[in-house]
Ligand binder design. Structure first.
Ligand code: ZN
Length: 320
């Protein structure tokens, strides 16, 4: 026994003793998986977080920077890194069909985005179950998530986008019409779009629609401006009307207080503002439930207006 104790002491003398003077810090934990289940009558909508982005306040147009900062301050949103923005996608289980509306950025914009696929799996659904993908437009933060390294992430899905949008990005003649200073940016975006769509096109699973069409019970709404063929999708459930608005708005602060403020990403800023004003007025009047890719996750809620000029974002209340 004595011998054992002696050898134990000997062993421990080789290990440097721990310092107990100050307690080690308690390790901070990660945010939970980014999905949120929303029940709309019989239909389940799963909001999927792709990640968090930070936008420069200088991207807002037609508004003095001083006013931008005043609004951000009011919302406690003025941050050193920039204006915090979510990138969201939505999975809709209608009972007959599993529809993904937009798909996140995958690796097109860096490692801070690209979690739609892992969050979809974490939510309990399987990528093979998705039969329809509705894209509001073809910007990389909406289309890149459908594929990875030339393979379809959703092997049984058919991808839909408007005919106008497909024409703007996929018609080779279009490049000549883009102003010289914007052409390089346009062409690099086109490359990303083509890579994402290729595996679906190879299997004839890429389709376009026009105004008046209906896809799996979703009505298409022309909301052009942000891009030339931008569309929103309306779904009537047995409880309410839900509108998947796409990029008619990028900020729950500046563009709600001052909806006539466009953003650098808008291809036709004037039309984008007109679309937002028209849609916001309609949503404030009729109270549709809104699902938005760039409002704070889960990006679902309602739009309220006290005066018909400025608006307020009313997020859904957490429900378990
Ligand atoms: Zn976007």
């Amino acid at each position: 026994m004595k011998k054992l104790l002696a050898s134990a002491l000997l062993c421990s003398s080789f290990v440097s003793p721990p310092v107990f003077a100050t307690a080690p810090p308690i390790e901070q934990q990660k945010q939970v998986a980014g999905y949120y289940q929303y029940q709309s009558g019989d239909v389940q909508i799963t909001a999927l977080l792709d990640g968090t982005n930070f936008m420069s306040p200088t991207l807002f147009k037609d508004i003095p920077q001083k006013q931008v900062h005043e609004i951000l301050k009011k919302y406690y949103a003025d941050q050193d890194k920039g204006v915090q923005t979510s990138v969201n996608a939505f999975l809709v289980n209608t009972g007959k069909s599993l529809v993904l509306v937009d798909s996140g950025a995958a690796s097109c914009f860096g490692a801070h985005l690209g979690s739609v696929l892992s969050n979809l799996k974490a939510s309990g659904y399987k990528p093979e179950q998705v039969d329809t993908i509705l894209l509001t437009h073809l910007h990389p933060d909406h289309v890149c998530g459908i594929s990875k390294d030339g393979k379809a992430n959703f092997p049984n899905a058919t991808v839909y986008v408007s005919q106008d949008e497909a024409n703007y990005w996929l018609n080779p003649k279009q490049a000549e019409k883009i102003p010289q200073e914007k052409r390089a940016g346009y062409l690099s975006t086109v490359e990303k779009i083509k890579a994402a769509l290729a595996p679906y096109q190879a299997k004839q699973r890429f389709k376009t629609f026009k105004l008046g069409d209906d896809i799996q019970g979703f009505k298409v709404i022309n909301t052009a401006g942000h891009t030339p063929g931008h569309f929103s999708y309306e779904l009537k459930t047995n409880a309410e009307t839900v509108v998947f608005i796409g990029d008619i708005v990028h900020s729950h602060t500046v563009q709600f207080d001052r909806p006539e403020t466009s953003i650098e990403y808008d291809i036709d800023p004037k039309q984008a503002v007109q679309t937002r004003l028209k849609q916001f007025a309609d949503f404030a009047k009729h109270g549709q439930t809104i699902a938005a890719p760039h409002l704070p996750f889960p990006g679902m809620g309602h739009i309220y207006s006290a005066d018909g000029k400025s608006y307020q974002w009313i997020p859904v209340h957490f429900k378990d």
